[in-house]
Design a binder for this molecule. Structure first.
Ligand code: NAD
Length: 318
């Protein structure tokens, strides 16, 4: 690739690790990170960084011209739990930033776009088990409505203008390098911090709430595999179902107890329970597996081991 890669929202949970992986693959100077706030030390010191507001078209266009950017990963968004508190701000950020990038691709100022969707596109009327790629989608959250709308526009820009846009419906992403950004699956990260610090955790979701989840390394691999796939293999241009594992707070606590036997959990569901209840518990991602050979690597036990080791090292908890 001659042109460069731009990550918008690079300081966030997924953006940070995606940027670092792309820098490892393509060279530090070929991957431009940008966000409205600075990222962690590793992100800031490993390559170019631009402060930019994703809703400001001229700022984004200038960065693309200045660095001769060919590929954009648009990771900036307001996530599910935060979006319920700031509905219009979430809608404006999630939609305006996407339109800017799709229009720049339509004008051939960039060649390829990655934009993440989410399991939040599904709603209470969607089949909860083994949720198909194509099914009833009546999301009941601001975030879910914005992601579903985004998917429709991605498909439209591909069909009408030939825009090479690719997308995944990420499940809850579990990682330790940065803190999570205000989603409904954040409990599955907080639990590791609290298990190591105080050996006790109060879950904001009820014990039997099963949700689709994925370890960060698998999410990054899926993203890069999809972007590297030959265009003709990317048959879905709305967004691909993507899945790895599914577990409940109780099952995760049991797994943690194998390493920290005196760990205890209790449950105090809050407003996020209603959001979780509207989402599927596991997802059929056979299209991703068939079209571009998707395979996940981490199961619940591997994820737990990685998280306990990673959180204790990154946050110096022993
Ligand atoms: P995050 O909240 O950790 O990161 C988002 C980043 O966007 C932050 O660094 C924030 O500063 C930045 N940002 C916010 N407003 C901005 C603006 N106006 N201009 C530029 N940057 C701005 O989120 P994340 O978890 O890394 O999620 C990345 C993407 O993946 C989002 O689209 C999210 O909806 C999607 N997703 C995430 C998960 C998950 O579990 N983390 C699951 C499904 C989908």
């Amino acid at each position: 690739m001659t042109g460069k890669i731009l990550i918008i929202g690079a300081s966030g949970q997924i953006g940070t690790e995606l940027t670092l992986k792309l820098r490892e693959l393509h060279g530090n100077d070929s991957v431009i990170a940008s966000d409205i706030r600075e990222g962690n030390e590793e992100l800031m010191s490993s390559g170019p960084f631009e402060i930019a507001d994703a809703t400001d078209l001229s700022v984004i266009e200038n960065i693309i011209e200045k660095h001769q950017v060919e590929e954009v990963y648009l990771m900036a968004a307001m996530l599910s739990a935060t979006a319920e508190k700031h509905p219009m701000k979430a809608w404006n950020l999630n939609m305006d930033s996407l339109f800017h990038i799709l229009n720049l691709a339509k004008e051939k100022k960039i060649k390829k776009v990655f934009w993440p969707s989410s399991i939040a596109v599904f709603g209470p009327t969607t089949p909860k088990e083994n949720t198909p790629q194509t099914t009833i989608m009546e999301p009941t959250t601001v975030y879910g409505i914005s992601k579903q709308t985004g998917e429709r526009w991605c498909e439209y820009f591909h069909a009408k203008f030939g825009v090479d846009v690719r997308s995944l419906r990420y499940p809850g992403i579990i990682s330790y390098k940065t803190l999570p950004g205000g989603g409904t699956t954040d409990y599955a990260i907080e639990i590791f911090h609290e298990a190591l610090k105080s050996k006790t955790y109060t879950s904001f979701l009820a014990e039997s709430t099963g949700l689709p989840m994925m370890y960060m390394d698998d999410a990054i691999k899926a993203t890069i595999d999809l972007m590297d796939a030959p265009s003709e293999n990317v048959k879905i241009r709305s967004s691909y179902n993507l899945s790895a594992i599914s577990f409940t707070p109780k099952e995760l606590a049991e797994e943690i107890k194998k390493h920290i036997p005196d760990f205890s959990i209790d449950y105090a569901p809050d407003f996020r329970q209603e959001i979780a209840d509207s989402w599927p518990s596991d997802i059929d991602d056979s299209r991703a597996r068939k079209d571009w050979n998707w395979k996940h690597q981490y199961d619940l036990s591997a994820l737990t081991e990685k998280m306990l080791a990673g959180v204790s090292e990154a946050f110096e908890i022993s």
